[in-house]
Structure formats: C-alpha cells, structure tokens
Ligand binder design. Sequence first.
Ligand code: IZC
Ligand code: ZN
Length: 418
Amino acid sequence: MKATLVIKNIDNLITLKGENRARAGKEVNDIGLITNGVVAIKDDKIIFAGNELPSNIEVDNDTLIIDAVGKTVTPGLIDSHTHVVHGGSRENELAMKLKGVSYLDILASGGGIHSTVKATKEASFDELYNKANKSLDTMLSFGTTTVEGKSGYGIDDFDTEIKQLEVAKKLNEDHPVDIISTFMGAHAIPKEFEDNPDAFVDIIIDKMLPVVAEKDLAKFCDVFCEEGVFTIDQSRRILLKAKDLGLGIKIHADEIKPLGGAELAAEIGCISADHLIAASDKGIKEMAKKGVIANLLPGTSFNLQTGNFAKARQMVEEEVPIALSTDYNPGSCPTENIQLIMSFASLIMKLTPEEVITAVTINGAASLGIAETHGSIQEGKTADIVVFDTPNIEYLIYHFGINHTNTVIKNGKVVYTK
Ligand code: IZC
Ligand code: ZN
C-alpha cells in the first residue's frame, strides 16, 4: 500500500488510541502517547500510527513527507459547540457589561440575542457565508478541523433559521472545516410571544421541527433552557419532539441559573449537556449514570465576568465524560481560538492536559456522533491531524494566548501551514 502523506520523527504523537466512544474518569489519563512516532496516510484515511512504518507501506517520490522533529501531533481539534453563522457583532455591550449589567438583563431589555437576530435577518446569504467563512479560516488556523454550528438567530422568523442552516450546509461543502448543524430555533423568546411563550413552543414543535427533519437541515436540536428563556417543561417538549423526528438532542443547561437542565439531559437522553456552570450535584450524578457528555465552555464563563466556572474536577471524579468548546458567538464568547479555551480549562477549571486533549478530540467527536470516524489517530479513521510547534501538550496549554499550530491536515490534505 502506498502512502500519500507521512509525518515522521514526531516527538510526541498523541493518538487517543482506544474505543470510538467518549472517555471518562481515570481512563482519560491514557491518551495513547507515542514518542518518536510516525503516521502514514493514504488519501483521506490513516493507514498507520506507531513507531516504525511496517514494510507493506510504500513511500516514494510522490509521498509528501512532513518532518515533525521537536513537535507534537494530535487528532484534528473538534469545536463541538458554536454559533458560528451569525450577522453583526455586539461589542456595543461591553460598556454595559463593565458597569455590571448582566447577560440576562441585556437579553431581557431587548438586546443580546435579539440584536443578533436583527443583524442576521438583515444579512444576505452571501454576507453570512463570507463572515462565517472567515471564522472557519481562523478556527482552522488554530487546529480546529470540525465544528458544530447552531441556528437560533431567526427564532420566530423561520426563513432566517433556514438561511443560517443553508449557509452552514454550503460552507460544509466548500470549506475544509466540516460543519455539523444544529437547529436552535428555541434560542430566545420572540418579543411577540412574551405573553404566551408556549404558543412559540407549539410553532417550533408543529411547524419548524418537522421541516428541519424532512429537509435534513440539521443533525441535532438544541434549546436555551434558562431563566427568562425556555423552561424545563418547554425544553423537554421541544427536545422530545426532535428526538421523535430522529434528531440528536443537546441542551444549553444550567448556564446561569440552576434550573435542572443537567437532570433533564439525563432524563431524556441528550448526547450532551452544555455549559453546566450552575449544574447541581444531583444533575452531575445523573449525567454520569446516563453517559451524557458535559460540554464545558470556559471562555463563556470568562466573558460573563461572574467568576463562576463549571465544576469540571467534580465531573471528572463522578466519571462524566467531558468535551470542551469555544461557544463562539457574538455575545458571550466572541473567540474562535480553541487553544485559548484549552488553556482556560486547565488553568482555571484545573483539568489536566490529558483531560483537555481528550475533551477536544475523541470526546468532542462523540458529542457530535462522529467518534467512529474522527477524534483519534488510528488505522482506518479520517486523516484529520494537527502538528503543533510545541515539544509536548503541556507546553501547548501552559504557553497560552498564542497560536501554536504548525500544520493542519484535513481529509489527508495539508490545508494550513504556518
Ligand atoms: O448570542 O448570546 N448563550 N446563547 C446562549 C448565546 C449565549 C449566544 C448569544
Ligand atoms: Zn451556545
């Protein structure tokens, strides 16, 4: 078999070798580290990862060779919670936030998500496409090879919800980074439904979700379950309908107020519950029991300026599998930089480098239902790989705030070099 690409002399090759599923608890300590490693790729698949190329793998003049001496190689990073397709920006909220006005107060007064809804409605398909395309370029430069992207800036304007999902679909076809779409019409209560939010929930259930499922516009459905947004009961109704229609289900749970979102995620079988800053001890235990992935977003905690972060160590002790994402959005986490999130996860939430790397690779893949094909460097899996210009993963996390990416390989092709 002839290799099309070989990465050789890798100081630290982090394979995440093991079963194609989310990892939790102590098993996360084993990230499949190989020193002085080599990876061989044929077309878009990994054909070998280990110490010495076996004799049945041929290398000739057409094989691209990358020398990774002094470098660290990981699976392509997976950013499994973003709101990447949106119009406008919200830096106008900064002055208010600095004065102590909270995220939920800004939302309740008609700003926040509502201002992005307006900007997204007003933006053309091409404007949304070009803006998100630029963000994907930035994400790729930081080592992200797959992102999840949510709708939710049309809310009751279903055409805008569909426009967002179609932009994501086109970008998935055109851009090297894969986008997996989530329908999130239940992102805010539209002003017209303030006195009767259940009527909007009915519209999502009866009018929107069936179309999203029928047109195959999204793989997942998500709800912003939060005080002043969607209640536990409303979230349950929406997500159960989505599940019925064959969509995977996710939830923005206990981000700010402890409503019991973690418990609901366990009850109805969400693949992930995201944020969890205010999750209860009981909710964490129930998530562990059901294997719900905790998708933690420390960049959002940082941006909300409350000083509250998810109880990541407790979740690890309870054996909840953990993913980590940027939550890239214009309001509560305007950054595409997953490496910064990895540093926050370790320096603030006290996750170990092994826990962090697992969270942004195989566990991120599992939270998107793609662990069979993505998230680890193993024979037969998709060749999505990052070469970092760092001697080890500790350095990648500890030397924070800069871009350590040297080379990104997507589907077996070099798509970014420094
Ligand atoms: O635009 O504020 N938390 N949704 C829930 C967001 C943040 C995105 C936004
Ligand atoms: Zn979010």
